[in-house]
Design a protein around this ligand. Structure first.
Ligand SMILES: [Zn+2]
Ligand SMILES: [Zn+2]
Length: 391
């Protein structure tokens, strides 16, 4: 179900701290209780469980509750110990100070149908949520009163909030990210951007650098430099499967991403990254000038066979296969895997340029959900194998 892994900037390798295996069903969400050595999990068997680390170093269940309907997300406010369950009828519980008791606090109608994301904004006393009913709503987390709602075009799978400017980032199933400006009781659409070919599966916001990261089922992550105001968007290619979780460790400037094949990538964001070039269009190879196969005139004039067009990932030029026979990683452009480059770009890439800017790890389970606790630097992953790992 879930695991605890500690990404250490020096060692650059997460190590497994503990595992929770005593679960009956797949854990859809789990959070670390800061300062308490505890974990709260919600699984598909409709139970919420609190696990506390005992002297033996193992996690033991302290309390549990069975919910009236299925729940795939939750939000925990460590200050008030309020636990908000993402259900059609918003259900909240209060945990006692010793985390040995869970008391139902209140219920309210939040969404029609499954809730997809819930998020506490402690500074505003807001609880943001989105559901399969395509509504984005925000409630007062103290009174439980609904403050406002916004209709999205498709259902939402990622949600982040910038406290300073009160902007909500909403990532959806169409691969779009919508930015909304929230007021106390209304909101306005600021802009929408799209860069993924698959669903947005996770969002992560770095309020210091003012950068938004979006992860997608298309295996890629895009870093949207909102603070830079130049429209820079950098792609990070380091996963072989759907990205399932994104967390940002601001003190070490590392982005941590997890995918459904169990891969965990720790990206060094303390380097200057470059945008990938636009792909150029040409009727013939921009290196050797051989015609591409649709350029009948030149094929006829020069009695040459038409070639297939490829693109160099570094310069974006349209080249033939012969002029782009080499492969290279280009880590500063986000290509941690080898990609096609033209021969002259290949010559220009030095070993120094090829130094990886990310480290790759295996969580050894198919990741469903990830949670990072900045005060301890612990990362929690929950997997389809019903195990929660912490490291
Ligand atoms: Zn060529
Ligand atoms: Zn090139």
């Amino acid at each position: 179900m879930a695991a605890e892994i500690q990404p250490q900037p020096q060692a650059r390798k997460p190590c497994l701290l503990s595992k929770i295996e005593a679960l009956q069903d797949v854990v859809s969400s789990a959070v670390i209780i800061p300062k308490e050595d505890g974990v709260i999990s919600v699984s598909e068997d409709r139970t919420i469980r609190v696990w506390l680390k005992r002297d033996s170093g193992q996690y033991w269940p302290s309390v549990y509750q069975t919910l009236s309907s299925s729940c795939s997300c939750m939000a925990f406010n460590p200050e008030t110990r309020r636990l908000s369950m993402g259900m059609d009828t918003g259900s909240e519980f209060i945990l006692s100070e010793d985390y040995n008791k869970m008391t139902p606090a209140r219920t309210y109608q939040a969404h029609q149908g499954r809730v997809t994301v819930v998020l506490f904004v402690l500074e505003m006393e807001w609880l943001l949520s989105t559901g399969q009913d395509k509504n984005f709503t925000w409630h007062c987390s103290e009174s439980g009163q609904q403050l406002g709602t916004y209709r999205t075009s498709t259902w939402v799978s990622g949600l982040q909030f910038d406290v300073e400017t009160r902007h909500a980032f909403v990532g959806d199933q169409s691969g779009q990210v919508t930015i909304l400006k929230l007021e106390q009781d209304n909101c306005s659409l600021v802009t929408t951007f799209k860069g993924h070919t698959g669903n947005v599966t996770a969002l992560c916001w770095d309020p210091v650098q003012r950068v938004l990261f979006s992860g997608s089922s298309d295996h890629s992550i895009i870093m949207w430099d909102i603070g830079g105001r130049k429209g820079t968007a950098i792609e990070l290619q380091g996963h072989n499967d759907k990205v399932q979780g994104l967390c940002y460790a601001s003190h070490t400037r590392q982005l941590i991403s997890g995918s459904s094949d169990g891969g965990i990538v720790i990206w060094n964001m303390d380097v200057t990254r470059q945008e990938t070039p636009e792909w150029l269009d040409s009727d013939s190879c921009q290196k050797c000038e051989q015609p591409f196969f649709w350029n009948f005139k030149q094929m006829w004039d020069s009695k040459k066979i038409g070639l297939r067009q490829h693109h160099c990932r570094k310069c974006g030029q349209a080249v033939c296969g012969k002029c782009s026979s080499k492969r290279s990683t280009i880590p500063l452009m986000g290509f941690e895997f080898e990609v096609r480059v033209c021969d002259s770009c290949y010559e220009s890439i030095t070993d120094e340029d090829r130094a990886p800017t990310a480290t790759f790890h295996d969580s050894k389970h198919s990741i469903v959900y990830m949670h990072y606790e900045p005060t301890t630097g612990n990362l929690l992953t929950s997997g389809t194998d019903k195990v929660v790992k912490q490291g």
